[in-house]
Design a protein around this ligand. Structure first.
Ligand SMILES: CC(C)=CC(=O)SCCNC(=O)CCNC(=O)[C@H](O)C(C)(C)COP(=O)(O)OP(=O)(O)OC[C@H]1O[C@@H](n2cnc3c(N)ncnc32)[C@H](O)[C@@H]1OP(=O)(O)O
Length: 542
């Protein structure tokens, strides 16, 4: 056992307990008072609604719990982006559920709310998952309308997606469970079927105040757009529910009857637990991100029976590639090796760095997985590609480009777990968010940025010092140290996994012991969506 095992374990468990505390806080959304107000109105909270809707005791994963964290402070914050998204099971069918959190500014949409809703729709589209919207929203968050209204990744895109998803044959069911104002009124009605809760649900393009102001008509909101109006007069909604539970029960009955569609056909056999104790991960993963460790020891604790068939084991060793099973599903794993390796040529290769030979190997492996219809799992602990003259002259750019090409053009589903570093182009080559992983999630130990705080601060401090000198300012050692400290502090905050999760660069921060569930549920979701494109690398960078 590593001498640092206990120290590492303490550290990683502390990170985990911080994660749990932060999650408990975020679960309160807009706060206890707002929750009480909802209950007094006879409404459930967004989380209560989802919990009631999803099958009890079945597995479930939450997308974007930390979205919006520390953002919009001047507007009072936007916990979880004001919308809760979970993938779970309704009557045994895997679905994605999107529920506006009315405790956060009456469920109004901040810019990050749109991003999160679009991510939920993207997951539904990629995996052909039924999507359920539990709507309770005041529409656009008006003070920030210029950041949410007209652009391609803004509010309107949701309705465009509603229409496209419908034509793709993806089931969309909406329940109007509170206000549904203005632009927000289209979302439920562009779904296949819409329910509305009597008395608490309302849906209209303009509320009574605006109607009075615009055309002088005096009318109350219930008569204008309540459940009776829309189920009996306008025909806008399809089912009237007597309360939240009744609406959710009706959704369960609708989902229960959905038929089966073609599957992608990924290989799965009976699941086995890892033979080695998964909890050892806490002791294996070092406290400091620059410390070495053997990534194989982590992999063996994530895969069924701890069995892993290495591909080109002795070649390009700074990346581990090979086949395994997770919860019975066949997977191809591409992972950064984090220990220093000595090649047979006698060269030392740093852990976490991608060299030409490892990029070459990974490209070939990714192609093999595509050829054999095996989902890919990327395990990131990467500081970037090797730099320096030897590497440049050896053509690292074209080898890295080749790997990026293979990752980008893969047609099998990809999953990314960030266990440690995720820096620079290493993030790209190892299937960062820009490369369409079906799910991407981080352990609390993760760090994400274009480069580490110290390196960035060194580079930027040099640039700033030379610019100040150019302006005739004297930059002494103390000034240089001040510049360095200022830049490093900013970068250090930005490398946090919470900073990334707040912006949806990742879907979640999870306990390492949940990794198998995330990958398994992700592949199950992907299996709903047959591969339609042929694998084609185009012009390959040889
Ligand atoms: C997409 C397109 C094309 C257009 C649009 O969406 S335009 C948006 C139009 N929306 C509205 O006009 C809705 C305005 N809001 C309301 O009518 C009510 O808030 C309500 C009926 C939706 C809910 O009423 P409730 O009594 O439950 O909650 P409030 O106390 O009124 O609100 C709580 C909290 O949220 C703030 N709020 C509500 N809506 C918005 C909004 N759209 N933009 C910004 N802020 C909003 C409200 O001021 C209050 O804030 P405080 O807690 O800070 O007081």
């Amino acid at each position: 056992m590593d001498l640092n095992f206990n120290k590492n374990e303490d550290h990683n468990k502390l990170l985990l307990s911080e994660l749990k505390q932060k999650f408990a806080k975020v679960k309160l959304g807009g706060g206890e008072k707002r929750i009480e107000k909802l209950h007094a109105e006879g409404k459930m909270t967004a989380r209560e609604r989802i919990d009631y809707l999803l099958d009890e005791n079945a597995k479930c994963i939450e997308i974007g719990a930390f979205v919006g964290k520390k953002m919009y402070a001047e507007h009072g914050g936007c916990p979880s982006g004001g919308v809760i998204v979970k993938i779970g099971y309704i009557k045994g069918k895997q679905c994605i559920v999107v529920a506006n959190d009315a405790t956060v500014k009456a469920g109004a949409w901040f810019p990050i709310t749109a991003k999160k809703n679009l991510r939920a729709q993207e997951i539904a589209m990629e995996n052909r998952l039924p999507i359920i919207y539990l709507v309770d929203s005041a529409g656009v968050y008006l003070p920030l309308q210029d950041e949410i209204f007209p652009d391609k990744e803004h509010f309107g895109r949701i309705f465009r997606n509603n229409a496209q998803m419908s034509s793709m044959g993806i089931t969309q069911i909406s329940a109007v469970m509170g206000s549904c104002v203005a632009g927000g009124a289209y979302l439920p009605i562009m779904s296949d079927e819409a329910l509305i809760v009597d008395k608490t649900g309302s849906i209209f393009l303009a509320g009574s105040y605006l109607v009075k102001a615009a055309i002088g008509e005096s009318i109350d909101n219930e008569t204008l757009g309540g459940a009776t109006t829309h189920c009996e007069i306008s025909g806008v909604t399809d089912y009237k529910a007597k309360d939240d539970k009744d609406a959710l029960d009706k959704i369960k009955n609708i989902v229960d009857k959905i038929g089966d569609f073609d599957k992608a056909g990924y290989n799965r056999i009976k699941a086995e637990k890892p033979a080695l104790d998964e909890k050892d991960i806490y002791g294996i993963l070092p406290k400091a991100r620059n410390e070495q460790y053997d990534m194989m020891e982590i992999i063996k604790r994530l895969v069924d029976n701890s069995e892993f068939e290495g591909y080109k084991d002795g070649y390009g060793q700074s990346l581990i590639t090979g086949y395994a099973r997770i919860d019975g599903w066949a997977v191809g794993i591409v992972a950064n090796q984090r220990k220093v390796v000595k090649t047979t040529k006698g060269e030392m290769q740093f852990g976490g760095v991608i060299y030409s030979d490892s990029a070459d190997k990974a490209t070939r492996f990714i192609a093999n997985c595509n050829q054999k219809k095996i989902p890919l799992v990327f395990v990131q602990d990467v500081t970037g590609f090797m730099v320096g003259s030897k590497s440049e002259h050896g053509g690292i750019i074209k080898d890295g480009a080749k790997m990026v090409n293979a990752v980008s053009n893969s047609v099998v589903p990809k999953f990314t777990v960030i266990v440690g570093n995720s820096y620079g182009a290493g993030n790209y080559a190892m299937c960062g968010k820009a490369f369409d992983p079906r799910l991407i999630f981080a352990w609390p130990s993760a760090e994400l940025a274009v480069m580490g705080g110290t390196q960035a601060a060194k580079v930027l401090a040099q640039i700033e010092a030379s610019s100040l000198k150019g302006k005739g300012e004297i930059v002494d050692e103390a000034k240089e140290a001040e510049l360095f400290a200022k830049i490093k502090a900013r970068y250090d905050e930005q490398v946090s996994p919470y900073y990334a999760a707040a912006r949806l660069w990742t879907d979640a921060i999870i306990d390492p012991l949940e990794t198998r569930t995330w990958i398994s549920m992700g592949i199950e979701a992907a299996n709903h969506s047959p591969i339609e494109k042929k694998f084609n690398l185009g012009v390959i960078q040889v």
